[in-house]
Write a new protein. Sequence first.
Length: 156
Amino acid sequence: MIDAVLVYPIRDGKVLMIQGAQPYAPHYRKWNGPGGKLKDGQTFLECALAELFEETGLTALETEDVGLLTVFVDGCLTRRVRMYRVTQFSGIPTSNGREGALQWFSIYDIPAIPTLPADQHFLPWVLHGYFVHVDVYINDGLYSGHAIRPWDPKKL
């Protein structure tokens, strides 16, 4: 199983997203929050802070743990992703060129953001500060559904 993070920097009703530039990435050519896989010994929060800085040049001043995304491929749990909102940060958003372009999107118009299918359902909750646990199901290489329920970050 892979442990990873997604980070959603929010300012003035907009969220900063990154367009997947790596063909191996699940969100290749789609928009997603900055993020990545945990390195050995790293906590979810440490990874979130590092990935945010590495991919955007932003330093989080305040984070909010808002969700858990679990991905099941052909019935097997393959990814566990903690999601964070960052509403206080310093720096000027700058793409590192390797991960993909950066763009601000309105948090009030999620359907206008070209994301992975399940993201369209959970992003409105996460971006507005609700705590959710999202299960995403992939079968035979295709998105086959999701489930969203309330989540308590103290339970992981």
